[in-house]
Design a protein around this ligand. Structure first.
Ligand SMILES: NC(=O)c1ccc[n+]([C@@H]2O[C@H](COP(=O)([O-])OP(=O)(O)OC[C@H]3O[C@@H](n4cnc5c(N)ncnc54)[C@H](OP(=O)(O)O)[C@@H]3O)[C@@H](O)[C@H]2O)c1
Length: 338
């Protein structure tokens, strides 16, 4: 019997605000393997806000190409190899890599595709969350660029998201006082009560972000971890302490803009505050993943890291889960279980 494969396609270019109808579900017969390929039965899809950027027309850059219309949406996945014509990827291996929103993926290992050795006692999906790209991004952004020291004031936006929820807890573990910015009172209460943020700012409250930052950080902020970009980044740059570090991780407020990102205010502050802003991609640090995994799994085992997961079920739920994540309707790392 022919094996069928249900996939979620990018059906049209999103207008400014993405909706679930920008995606379409289709089912096709699965092709057969060529020499050098292997077949993955996907068990989890990772919902990553950054992929929104590459859904726009002409958005290809030095990191990824613009996603083609009518093709499965590109995604980080985790799964098990069930058939193989590639000696380096044997049947039974658990893998994490970049394929697409689909039940089965055929791959040749030439792009990002790692064989995992999940540790007993750790939920396998953690390798897509705290021990996967989100954890690696939080860890390398914080440690390499943020360079936390005990007593530093650490400020992060999208603080309740996949990366934000982990980075804030790691900064706290490094001795920082943490300030999390998120949308809505329920999320902010959760940040304080469950994730242990010292201060929270609800950027949707109607109160000025500038005034709230002045009240919480009158001496300025030592580390800014920016996931949002645009106007919010500009406001945060107006509150730097001397010798501060700005981790440029993402710009989720800008991905809907089809005509390019808006200018960022207060760049002058970097000069007078002797501050350093630096961008990075988590995949720059593949050689140091074991260091990050050791750090994060020690926290997980000691019970000092909450790894919040927002789990959706079924391939058909991927589009709505992605839209809900961008709209801030979910908290923690968003995954789809197949
Ligand atoms: N550099 C790297 O290697 C790397 C790797 C992965 C991801 N990233 C970046 O990291 C960031 C977070 O990614 P994620 O996958 O973990 O997503 P996420 O934080 O789980 O989800 C995105 C969150 O951003 C907030 N948000 C959306 N629009 C906003 C706006 N206009 N203003 C302020 N906040 C807004 C929403 O939360 P609220 O309820 O708080 O609004 C939403 O839940 C993204 O910018 C992504 O591109 C970077």
């Amino acid at each position: 019997m022919t094996q069928m494969n249900t996939r979620v396609l990018l059906a049209r270019r999103p207008a400014e605000r993405m909706v679930a109808d920008d995606f379409a579900v289709d089912t096709q017969p699965l092709g057969s393997l060529e020499e050098g390929q292997f077949l993955i039965k996907n068990s989890y899809l990772s919902m990553d806000a950054g992929f929104r950027q590459w859904m726009n027309e002409g958005s290809g850059d030095n990191y990824l190409s613009s996603m083609p219309l009518g093709e499965p949406v590109q995604s980080i996945i985790m799964g098990t190899i069930i058939e193989s014509r590639h000696a380096g990827y044997p049947v039974g291996s658990t893998v994490m890599g970049r394929t697409a929103w689909e039940e089965y993926s055929i791959d040749d290992g030439t792009d990002f595709m790692a064989i995992l050795e999940p540790e007993a006692g750790i939920e396998p999906y953690e390798y897509l969350a705290s021990l996967g790209p989100s954890g690696m991004t939080a860890y390398f952004g914080l440690m390499n660029i943020g360079q936390p020291k005990s007593g530093d004031l650490f400020l992060i936006n999208a603080a309740a998201g996949g990366i934000g929820s982990l980075a804030g807890q790691m900064a706290k573990a490094e001795g920082c006082t943490t300030v999390g910015i998120a949308g809505g009172p329920a999320k902010c209460a959760w940040l304080r009560d469950t994730l242990g943020y010292d201060h929270v700012i609800d950027y949707k409250s109607g109160e000025s972000l500038d005034d709230q930052l002045t009240a919480i950080a009158p001496e300025g902020v030592d580390i800014v971890f920016d996931n949002v970009g645009g106007a919010m980044l500009g406001t945060m740059l107006g509150h730097l302490a001397e010798n501060s570090r700005i981790v440029l991780c993402g710009a989720v407020s800008q991905y809907d803009r089809v005509n390019g990102h808006e200018a960022v205010a207060n760049m002058w502050e970097l000069i007078t505050k002797r501050a350093r802003a630096e961008g990075f991609m988590f995949s720059d640090h593949v050689d140091r993943y074991p260091e990050a995994i050791a750090y994060i799994s020690a926290m997980l085992k000691a019970g000092t890291l909450v790894s919040p997961i927002n789990m959706s079920e079924g391939i058909e739920s991927a589009g709505q889960a992605f839209v809900d994540m961008l709209d801030g309707k979910s908290s923690g790392k968003c995954l789809v279980k197949l």
